[in-house]
Design a protein around this ligand. Sequence first.
Ligand code: SF4
Length: 332
Amino acid sequence: MSEPLLKVQGLKTHFFLERGVVKAVDGVDFEIKKGEIFGLVGETGCGKSVTSLSILRLIPSPPGKIVEGEVIFEGENLLKKSKEEMRKIRGTKISMIFQDPHTSLDPVFTVGHQIAEPIELHQVIEQHLISAEEVPRKVIEMLKLVRIPDPEHRVVEYPHMFSGGMKQRTMIAMMLSCNPSLLIADEPTTAVDVTIQAQILDLMRELRQKLGMSILIITHNLGVIAEMCDRVAVMYAGNIVEQADLKTLFKSPKHPYTHALLEAVPKVGTKKGKLASIPGMVPSLITPPPGCKFHPRCPHAMDICRKKFPQMSEIEKGQLARCFLYGGGAKK
Ligand code: SF4
């Protein structure tokens, strides 16, 4: 778990609208090592999903555009690849699980057909890894891998005959059918209940172990992060504001926004009372506040925070924060 599989550097993705430029991702850096589970966490609208769509070059353009940065995957910059090369990479090396399995599966085709399709395209036609005759066996194998009971019979069923959890596991089977080295899971458990959530997370951990792939988890849910991740980056208004290994982030958070996020998590056993919430609103990404974008909501804001944009500084080995309380070498 040492060599980076993915390295995102200085990534900026903006949306050019009539009312102004939405700087959804505004200078993001992180890397994911081989076999690592990396979490990107933050409130809705902080730029997490735009970051993952940028990695896959799936930003709707116009109005979206990756305006700066590099996405180095297995040593090559994905932002320099042609559309055709990216289509192949998306089908074979990087896969993405979206939030809602109910809308991601096509209701008019059997689940077996939907798992077979990417296998036929990538493994039979493009890469000649298996023959067309072997596809049905491979489909059953994938359904077994994601623990669909009685796969030989259920393979001919339609998505509406599957429970929410089984649909999500079918989605995972589709995404894993081509052995990707990176799986991107965008809010993988938002649309399912807590029991199913636990099963899906358990399955993803097991698959990482079995298949040795890296996983990027995008979520607003710190519980999912705590269950799954080796390292975590916290995003706020288009920037990463803190990055650390899981234990350090939960035991010794540094950035005031990370503190606020952790305090907003309801704790079992605490007395009935008011649930902590982060005061204030997520800022506009068209006209963000000057200086530190968190300053209007920060209980520790100082004069410098209203004027200068803080840089990332390393606080301890592997723990970085973008805050003047910890250096934050001013820029802008
Ligand atoms: Fe708060 Fe200032 Fe740190 Fe921003 S830089 S989080 S405003 S203390």
